[in-house]
Design a protein around this ligand. Structure first.
Ligand code: URA
Ligand code: CA
Length: 433
């Protein structure tokens, strides 16, 4: 087999066989296919596309390029949740303890944030002492004992994806649905998921800018799941404004605690109940979403979900007393109100730019090596559809640097559109099964 012939075949609109895809992925990962040939193939795929069978074969070839976590020692169906990335997306911090409190194993591999979207690990490190470093045995043991553990990436999961993604990034071949879908799914499958619930975000704060694109990506990932024997459900949800009110690490932890206490923002709670009920159904603990939703609502009302968060933080070395006294969380020096300069209705909040404002305050990483400030960020006070009068507070900036804080105030004002009407965008567009 020659890479040249495979590039030519795809360039001319042909279909690559499973053997050919395995050959490409194996040899590119090993380094015996050079970047320039792989780049040419990716561009051919970008224009000629791949069918569902090729996409599933590419996914499994990338899974098999490295370690596959063996979670068979964990009892029960391991359901993982993945978000395609949003601003102020606090769902994992709420969902994981909620689902685990029902006795469903949550064995989560998480990452740190890069750019304007935060990572779950960074947020969890707001609990002093919390650590995601642990042996595989401890990880499995914690899930069996208390049903929940979150670890940093261990092992060499889907190294082919890592190498291909980096090449796509510099060759303008990221935004192809088959390539995105196989990239995301390969990492989830390598992390040991039996079933997967995807939160595909749509809007200006998301990777997918239109509902049509998001639906196409969701369908592609659900189709991969079906083809490779992992039950997969995709929820398409709004990211045309930040989720909840808080954006920033410790601020989002506080928001998650409030949500588990039953005092959370409506949109955050609703999305958690939607994603969570699909996780509960896939795990086999409820017959349908309605039953699962009741179980999850009860986990909040009865306090077992909050109690599970305490057990989880404690098991990973964090100070769980923070959960009863959130004043112990890292706090910013300055809290600066952002006041509206006019009367009207909030018609739009530019989610991506608000995420960037939080990043500039220090809540996110501009580069891989940036050090983040857990305390800083933004707490919104007005969201899409809210009426306001001149002088009303639309948000609070939490800053440790007064100059940065004052710049953030201006930037937030510039990213709120205030008019006399608003378009009612649904929180959940669609659920693809
Ligand atoms: N996220 C991924 O993990 N892979 C992609 O290709 C795009 C977004
Ligand atoms: Ca939030």
């Amino acid at each position: 087999m020659r890479m040249y012939d495979l590039i030519l075949k795809k360039r001319n609109g042909g279909e690559l066989s499973k053997n050919e895809i395995n050959f490409i992925v194996d040899n590119y990962t090993k380094g015996s296919i050079p970047d320039y040939q792989m780049a040419a193939l990716l561009m051919a795929i970008y224009f000629q596309k791949m069918n569902a069978r090729e996409t599933s074969d590419l996914t499994m070839a990338m899974v098999n390029s490295g370690d596959v976590l063996d979670l068979s020692k964990i009892e029960g169906v391991k359901v993982d949740k993945h978000s395609t990335g949003g601003v102020g997306d606090t769902t994992t911090l709420v969902l994981a303890p909620m689902v685990a409190s029902l006795g469903i194993p949550v064995a989560k591999m998480s990452g740190r944030g890069l750019g304007h979207t935060g990572g779950t690990i960074d947020k969890l490190e707001s609990f002093e002492g919390f650590s995601v470093e642990m042996s595989k045995e401890k990880f499995i043991d914690n899930v069996n004992k208390i049903k929940i553990a979150v670890a940093g990436q261990t092992g060499d999961l889907a190294p082919a994806d890592k190498k291909i993604y980096a090449l796509r990034d510099v060759t303008a071949t990221v935004d192809n649905i088959s390539l995105i879908a196989s990239s995301i799914m390969s990492k989830k499958i390598a992390a040991g998921a039996d079933a997967i619930v995807l939160d595909v975000k749509v809007g200006d704060g998301a990777f997918m800018k239109t509902p049509e694109m998001a639906k196409e990506l969701a369908e592609e990932m659900v189709s991969i799941g079906k083809n490779v024997g992992r039950k997969t459900v995709a929820v398409i949800s709004d990211m045309d404004q930040p989720l909840g009110f808080a954006i920033g690490n410790a601020l989002e932890v506080e928001e998650a605690i409030e949500t588990l206490r039953g005092n959370g923002p409506k949109d955050l709670l609703e999305l958690c109940l939607t994603l969570g009920s699909n996780m509960v159904v896939l795990s086999g603990h409820a017959k349908d979403e309605a039953e699962a939703r009741k179980m999850l609502e009860k986990s909040i009302a009865s306090g077992i979900a909050l109690k599970k968060l305490k057990e989880f933080v404690n098991a990973q070395g964090g100070d769980a007393s923070v959960i009863d006294d959130t004043s112990k969380l890292p706090k910013a020096k300055y809290i600066i109100p952002v006041k509206s300069e006019q009367d009207g209705i909030v018609s739009k909040i530019n989610a991506e730019n608000i995420g960037l404002v939080a990043m500039e305050l220090g809540a996110g990483r501009a580069t891989k090596d940036s050090i983040i400030d857990l305390a800083v960020g933004i707490v919104l006070n007005k969201k899409r559809g809210d009426k306001l009068k001149k002088g009303d507070i639309i948000a609070y900036v939490h800053a440790n640097d007064l100059n940065k804080g004052e710049k953030a105030v201006k930037d937030i004002l510039a990213n709120y559109s205030i008019g006399n009407s608003f378009k009612d965008i649904p929180l959940v567009y669609d659920i693809i099964k």
